[in-house]
Write a protein that binds this ligand. Sequence first.
Ligand code: NAD
Ligand code: UDP
Length: 332
Amino acid sequence: MKVLLTGGLGYIGSHTAVELIKAGYDVEIMDNLYNSSIEVLDKLKQITGKETKFYKVDMCNLEEMDKMFETGHFDAVIHFAGLKAVGESTKLPLLYYENNIGGTINLLKCMQKYKVNNLIFSSSACVYSDKNVSPYVEDGILGAVNPYGRTKFFIEEIIKDYANTNSNFKAVILRYFNPIGAHESGLIGENPNGIPNNLMPYITRTALGKLEILNIFGNDYNTPDGTCIRDFIHIVDLANGHLKALNKIDQLKGFNVYNLGTGHGYSVLEVVNTFNKVCADKVKFKFTERRAGDLDCYFACADKAEKELGFKTQKTLEDMCLSAYNFEKNNK
Ligand code: NAD
Ligand code: UDP
């Protein structure tokens, strides 16, 4: 089976590429390198021992997309490409709508034209309304609260509408919780430009002295230690969720939604303390004001993915911290 990974040089796409190649899938990658580096392609070769075909294509350019599909003869697409910074999306909503939604419409047009009928889409837990009680279930209340989250919600709806017009089309929506960590080789991992917005790259860079101190945003939340609780999931487990979905896609029908999480919440302080326990360099931290928009606690119900896809996470919080640390040490 030949699988196209859009945005496949990014954090989640690159880890998924490794797991799919290891499992024997024929993987090809397209990316416009907006938030990734071409060096990742060589890292993939070092890890898998295989050359991966790469298309430098912008999904907003329909002509380029069409050319790639004409020669690609793909059987399935895993659609990672997109912009993902929540804060930036509130300042540049049109860019987010144009890139994420416009790009997805181009992708679906090409899939329709070239009769590619299997799609896995990277969605997010941020499509859920804060009215849900954890664990979040797939048929819970939807209600994204920022433009980024709304692009995910709208794309899910667009895919559903398209699936209703094509009985051969199968879509798997994967709603990720909080992926962290890196591949055990230390060659690929999360490598944001500039000052990280997310917790784990902030922790690793602080521990290694690239940043001074970690600010923990709030310790007065309604949780046992006062810091927020999230469902942190190891990136390699998350990547394997895509493999499970792809393995099962033939047996699925129409539009399907699965959470990818551990089903367990860890507090921010628990993550920091675990990091400091298992890694040689320690993170200095202080408690500061809450960050606008953060919820006190949410985590996934992971039952549906386990029952229907056979997906169960394997890695521990220690594995997540150690692998992230190892990647940051290698990352000059
Ligand atoms: P990433 O930024 O590392 O990877 C996304 C890739 O898409 C990048 O390599 C970027 O260059 C590429 N891209 C962006 N716009 C493009 C375009 N117009 N044409 C071609 N390529 C384009 O992000 P990631 O963390 O790997 O996330 C992958 C997907 O998962 C995204 O859709 C993201 O919204 C979603 N997601 C991520 C998280 C997370 O915590 N990382 C959580 C939930 C959902
Ligand atoms: N967080 C923090 N300091 C940071 C970055 C994040 O305390 O420098 C907290 C943040 O407030 C949230 C949790 O870590 O409670 C996870 O945040 P992240 O941005 O990684 O993911 P989110 O859950 O917002 O998608």
